[in-house]
Design a protein. Sequence first.
Lengths: 553, 198
Amino acid sequence: MSAVPPMRHYKLTEAVDFLIIGCGASGSVLARELSQNGFSVVVLEQGPWLSTEDFSHDEFRNWTQALLTNDYRKQPTTFRKTPQEKPVTQPALVYGRMVGGGPVHFTANFWRFHEIDFIEASKKGTIAGTGFADWPITYADLEPYYTKAEWELGVSGQQGASPFDPPRSKPYPLPPMPVKSSGVLFDRGARKLGYHPFPAPVAVISQSYQGRVPCQHCGFCMGFGCEMGAKSSPLPYIIPQAVKTGRCEIRPNSYVRKVELDQNGRAVGAIYFDKDRKENLQHARAVIVAANGSETPRLLLLSKSNRFPDGLANSSGLVGKYLMFNTDCEAMGKFEHPLNEYKSIEVTRVIHDFYEIDPKHGFYGGGGIDARFLFYPISFSMWGLPPNVPQWGSEYKKIVSQYFTRTMMCAGHTTSLPLENNSISLDDEVKDAWGLPAMRVTYKDHPDDLKTNKFLQDRGMEILEAAGAQDRWTTPVEESTYGFHLLGTCRMGKDAKSSVIDIDHRTHDVPNLFLCDGSSFVTSGRGQPTETIQALAFRAADRITALAKKNEI
Amino acid sequence: MDNHLSRRSFLAQAGATLGTLYLGALTPELLAQAHAHAKSMPPATAFNSSLRFFTPEQAADFDAFSAQIIPTDDTPGAREANVVHCVDYLLSSIGVDHQADMTKALAALQEAATKSVPGAKSFAGLTSEQQIAVMKAMEKSPAFGGLRSVTMVAFYDDPALGGNKNEVGWKLIDFDSKFLWQPPFGYYDAHATEEEKV
């Protein structure tokens, strides 16, 4: 189960130009860009290096064994809703834990943020009790990097299909994926109601690209690695390109426990456990933490020193705070004829008509709604049927035999307001398998987030009705106890008192320490963060390269 | 069953319940063994020395329970899918952490049977009507949820694990295991107008 290719190796004592921690959505992009720009790079990744041969369609094995994600048995988490509550040990979040990171198993929805996402607080006003703020960069700053991400990774979509789309400098490199039955029904229902459905932009290649084979519509995107290499995670192209430079070494199974400083307060490298649990210190001239919105703040909090008793680069006290999950909601519908949603990618149609919900409804929020299925045979048997039908026995058999192929979902994806209490911190008692303090998650949705969620669920139900569903049902909108999108925990800003990193992703406190991943977010966007994480990484690579060339790191 | 659980919490629940059998290392070798084991098993009618984890009594009770969850009627059910042997093997090899949960759940089933029909020796020994009544009475319990879930896993998972024999589970729901498709995928995209396709 290892796909480590031949590549350049560096000695631990050899101070490389950049040590990158995390080889996921952002770390892999930074590794390729910086190594192509002539720098020596070592990437430490806590997960394994898997290849297409390691991926299967076995629902049970994939989901229950954490083959592609953090393993709760080795890395327990604790959860509480408020800082006053005693935390309970329970699974509280998931992230991609392997070379390639979250995009290996993600659903592949690939949305840009819109212009409003970066300037929403100044347009709409701040919200009392929240950290709602503008980004220090704008959509225009990031646009070239969204385009770069789409072309370097391989994204399918249709320029101009959504009237709400922000301006773009280049069309998508690939045409949209073929529409599924859920997409046709969603399109029909949404248009009847006056909305503007458009082909979903997805990080899956609809035609050959970069020497890669196009999607064969196997139907196992969400939660699975792509055996065809058609899903545009960093695995099929970005990572091989980084390795090919001869300047980049990626070390899998390397679990970092501390970023080390010298007496001048500059980062000199990081201490990590290798696969045999031996501790090593890799030296570097600069360190970039790209370990995701939960592990990045955790590593800073673990890297305490006399200079930084509250955690590295934490003079603001904001490391780990303002965690945002995005919420999502479901409206389910069953139709007369088979849709066979188990085939092909999850989502082929989306609406952004509610990207900004009219404030006259009395709450802040916005989001997108997409058409999807989201089940496989086992999960459908657990949670797929309407709650009011028999869940076992002969009658169950009759119903499930009708519903599995005829059911679809309208899924809403929403904003989450940044709240200081919502956070990643170190648990006082629970330890992981390496003896390090476990991650403690504190999270309680803002009431407006739940109202947004319910609002989109209601719109989803109306779309299903307009599309002619014979049966419709929902699961209740409830407070989050589990996170998939891990955002905002080391926010970007101009002021060192109210943010952790500057617009170059450099920490305000340590000149040669950079952070770049979901933790950099100031606001949550509308529920599909990966393209923005990767656009930020492409941009950060340019900014960091410029600083290095000017000798300013 | 708790239908209020978001389908996304399926990931969160993994490991927390018997139903998802949070396994250790299911290596390709173990998978091959599981498959070979399942193939060599006789149909789940007589439970004897072929069992690895269940006692014959437990196997009979779980067989009766799972056959009520997915009965054999005009289409195959849990028995034809080899559910008991699949679960027996999983619990004896790679799901040993869940043996205690399973034992507890089966004890609860036995207890419910005795409570419902005084003097009953086992759940399997009840009539079908009695079994259904016992199950309905305990439908909200964790024991029922766990036993139902593990039945579903063995009925619907990849046949390589030893259950879903001859893909009877997938056939029931019209899940076609080609894993390779071209459009049209379903009725509505096959019958869409050109406008709706773009």
